[in-house]
Design a protein around this ligand. Structure first.
Ligand code: AMP
Ligand code: MG
Length: 321
């Protein structure tokens, strides 16, 4: 009887923690109420699933994938994208439309020019003429009636950097669930998806202060399934002539967006939360109303450091005193 209680994912167990480095960040897995060996096996599967997503969607590094191939196809050539890529692109386009273009999955040429995902990291902004040349016209990416995709200009390049980490979190959690896990968190550098609860209580999630490292603005007590994703200007940036330049670009100007220090969005799907956190960062505080209409709790720290949230977030947020 005792053995039955101890094996598997039920009954009282210590939390199991594992960390892996991927997607350019430390990914922490926490599995609750599960036998240690089973939890570790499940985490190994989940991290393999997440590493595959990274390889499949990245436009950086040496390996090849369908996204890079699409970005190399001659302008005007219709391409059938693999199902998973096409599906994530459809979601990205939905957020693009709903955010009035603040989220843009075809920003690859501009992102590459700024170079925040490059090693070594850049130290000064590109020239204005280069930015103008890398900016694509609106509607450069076409979805044909046959369901194929084509690029209308060469600087129209897919980049899933604003959504793929969320998608990897979704796939990681799906792998944990397939392995029988019911209560867990995967935390990818502050972006997380949770399932279930923590020993019968809600998970306690801190929201990072964008300027005070190691401090939180407040916390949320949440039961899964839920994802909490933050976009911030402190993640990848450089200071040049006293100004901060960071990796989240305003598609309208081709420059780093300048209406927020950080933006946090909650949604059960981490892909959705990820795309919207990037969009909300670009939109700034005025984007909160849109997220309220969509029933997504959200908050923004503006450039002055003031905290703004929508009603859905206010109902959940416990400020730090
Ligand atoms: P995140 O940290 O999720 O906000 O994503 C930032 C990453 O998304 C950048 O490193 C770029 O690869 C990409 N990105 C930057 N600006 C945008 C944008 N306006 N829309 C979509 N993706 C973007
Ligand atoms: Mg994002």
């Amino acid at each position: 009887m005792l053995l039955l209680l101890l094996a598997g994912c039920s009954g009282q167990h210590e939390d199991v923690h594992e960390t892996r480095f991927m997607m350019g960040t430390l990914v922490e897995f926490t599995v609750s109420d599960c036998d240690k060996q089973e939890a570790q096996k499940a985490i190994a599967r989940a991290s393999r699933a997440m590493a595959r997503i990274e390889q499949r969607f990245t436009i950086y590094g040496d390996g090849d994938n369908a996204v890079k191939r699409f970005n190399r196809t001659p302008v005007g050539t219709a391409v059938t994208l693999p199902k998973d890529v096409a599906q994530l692109l459809m979601l990205a386009r939905k957020v693009q439309r709903a955010s009035d273009g603040a989220f843009d999955p075809a920003l690859g040429a501009l992102n590459r020019l700024w170079g925040f995902s490059r090693e070594p990291a850049p130290t000064r902004p590109p020239a204005k003429a280069q930015i103008r040349a890398a900016k694509h016209a609106p509607g450069c990416l076409i979805h044909t009636r046959k369901g194929q995709w084509l690029r209308r200009s060469d600087n129209c390049q897919l980049d899933f950097g604003g959504i793929a980490k969320g998608y990897a979190l979704d796939r990681g959690i799906a792998a944990l669930k397939r392995a029988g896990i019911r209560n867990a968190i995967i935390n990818a550098g502050g972006d997380m998806r949770i399932i279930g609860s923590h020993h019968g209580k809600p998970w306690r999630i801190g929201i990072r202060h964008p300027r005070k490292s190691g401090q939180v603005l407040g916390y949320l007590a949440l039961n899964g399934p839920m994802s909490i994703v933050t976009s911030g200007d402190y993640e990848r940036f450089f200071i040049y002539q006293g100004r901060r330049y960071h990796h989240i670009l305003d598609p309208a100007s081709g420059m780093p967006a300048h209406k927020a220090q950080s933006a946090t969005v909650l949604h059960p799907s981490a892909s959705v939360a990820d795309a919207w956190s990037t969009a909300l960062f670009v939109l700034g505080p005025k984007g909160l109303a849109r997220l309220q209409q969509l029933r997504m709790p959200a908050l923004v720290v503006d450039t002055q450091g003031a905290l703004h949230m929508n009603a859905a977030m206010r109902a959940l947020f416990h400020p730090m005193r």
